[in-house]
Design a protein around this ligand. Structure first.
Ligand SMILES: [Zn+2]
Length: 500
């Protein structure tokens, strides 16, 4: 055989799940350069041959909900992502975006207090920066409405003037032209939350059309007002004529447990009349946000809690407080007892000491709801990982492996081919990531080789910086980025443009 007929890589004899939800089948996968060139029985030899007998082979996982906008530039190996099999990271969620530059930087300094990158111009400039940095995974970007509103009108609570609205619309149009995959809101956060429904519809309308994208939302309320918030998200998509992605779907706060049945029914109803609504989820009963957001939403007040629901001091664990690392790993209840003050007093003291850079883990959900959302056919997987210092929520390292270990193998909430589809082919179609999320000749060679009998998350609330077990190899654009739980150092990723 001529040397020209060799492949760069052949993964032999694994059980291949192609990302469509079809059952696995025993097959070889041949790769040349960045693409899959053969699938089935591959007779060509590979310069690298991988014996995958006994392992599953799947498309690389697409994390549809991340906050790695700056991490992929500041820490381009993004080990917390590639070591769990993520090969494409969708950044710009919850309204926190990278345009305009200054307003975006203010937001992301809550995660990366010392960040000081050379400014970029627009989403085109951001994606070009990603291309030049070459992170270890691919990056798709959402247009963050909160950053735009801050850039146009600061933290004002009023409605925008016509000129301010025009500035925001121009940023959306630039993002669409640059290949952003959609627009996101974070309607519990300042200043995203000051936008009324009509203001959001006006911006989302700019996405309409063949090169537009979807509307992704951290809804105004995930607690007592959950159902109205779902109705608002659906209305925005329906009136603007744009697909909807409900972020980290859940029911927050004990008195709302069980309500995901109703919210999922609303989603089913909207789909039945032709609205394209899907959701994503991280498989944990705790969320994570800033302590500032907990306080702004009156979360400790039983009479009037906002979008996070009512929380007790014991529900709120300090995960990252860079100026006072001695607070990390303590709950607000513990600090309140130590200081002899009430819950809000303790939280306020932490906020005064740390400001916006204090992140917390909040225990707000019911395991039965987590399973009900995961079982629903409209749910994709999104880590919502927040790459802070301290002890970040374990979803940052463990999300995808936890779905496959705990919820597929042990709890049998989903079949393996279905779970893999929700992490690969389904998000690739919804976010219009061309030639990703599937195994077939012509697709990009973003691949994960793992042991379905052993895959497990290892990250915990107290020891979150642990890579999963059971993942043998991860490939991005044909290059190995992880082997046997270790990063190879390779950085073959790039910025992805919607539909291109
Ligand atoms: Zn969010």
């Amino acid at each position: 055989m001529a040397t020209g007929e060799r492949f760069d890589l052949v993964i032999r004899g694994g059980t291949v799940f192609d990302g469509t939800g079809a059952p696995g089948l025993r097959a070889d996968v041949g790769v040349r350069g960045e693409r899959i060139v053969a699938f089935g029985t591959v007779t060509h030899r590979g310069d690298v041959e991988v014996d995958a007998r006994g392992f599953a082979v799947a498309p690389g996982f697409i994390d549809v909900h991340s906050h790695d906008d700056y991490a992929v530039i500041l820490e381009p190996e993004v080990p917390f992502k590639v070591l769990q099999g993520v090969t494409t990271d969708v950044v710009g969620n919850c309204g926190s975006g990278v345009v305009p530059f200054e307003a975006g930087l203010v937001r992301f300094r809550r995660l990366h207090p010392d960040a000081d990158p050379t400014p970029w111009e627009g989403f085109k400039g951001y994606l070009e920066r990603v291309d030049s940095v070459r992170p270890s995974c691919n990056v798709a970007v959402l247009i963050g409405q909160g950053s735009m509103r801050r850039g146009a009108m600061g933290n004002d609570t009023r409605e925008p003037t016509a000129a301010e609205l025009d500035r925001m619309k121009a940023w959306v149009r630039e993002g669409v032209a640059a290949g952003a995959v959609g627009l996101s809101t974070g309607l519990i956060y300042e200043p995203s939350r000051y936008a009324k429904t009509d203001e959001i519809i006006t911006l989302v309308r700019e996405l309409r059309g063949p090169s537009g994208g979807l509307y992704a939302t951290h809804m105004r309320n995930e607690a007592d007002g959950l159902l109205d918030a779902v109705r608002e998200a659906i209305r925005i998509g329906e009136e603007a004529g744009v697909p909807v992605q409900i972020s980290h779907h859940k029911a927050s706060g004990r008195r709302n447990w069980g309500r995901v049945r109703d919210s999922l029914a609303l989603i089913d109803e909207a789909r039945a009349r032709g609205v394209d609504v899907t959701t994503d989820q991280y498989p944990y009963t705790a969320g994570s946000t800033t302590l500032a957001a907990v306080m702004q939403n009156n979360s400790f007040r039983a009479d009037s809690p906002g979008g996070l629901g009512q929380l007790e001091g014991g529900d709120v664990l300090i995960s990252s407080s860079p100026k006072h690392p001695e607070w990390e790993g303590r709950t607000v209840a513990t600090l309140a007892t130590n200081w002899g003050v009430d819950t809000e007093g303790a939280a306020q003291r932490v906020l005064d000491g740390e400001g916006d850079a204090c992140w917390v883990v909040v225990f707000t959900m019911d395991e039965r709801d987590v399973k009900a959302v995961l079982a629903h056919p409209t749910t994709m997987i999104g880590s919502d990982g927040v790459p802070t210092g301290g002890n970040p929520h374990p979803r940052l390292y463990g999300c995808f492996a936890r779905v496959l270990g705990r919820y597929v193998r042990e709890e049998k909430v989903l079949e393996l081919p279905t779970a893999l589809h929700r992490m690969t082919g389904m998000p690739a179609a919804k976010f219009q990531l061309l030639d990703r999320g599937t195994i077939r000749p012509g697709a990009y060679a973003d691949l994960v080789v793992f042991d379905p009998a052993r895959i497990d998350d290892a990250a915990t609330y107290t020891e979150p910086r642990q890579a999963p077990t059971g993942i043998r190899a991860v490939y991005v654009n044909g290059a190995a980025v992880a082997r046997d739980g270790r990063h190879t150092g390779a950085r073959p990723g790039r910025g992805l443009r919607r539909g291109r």
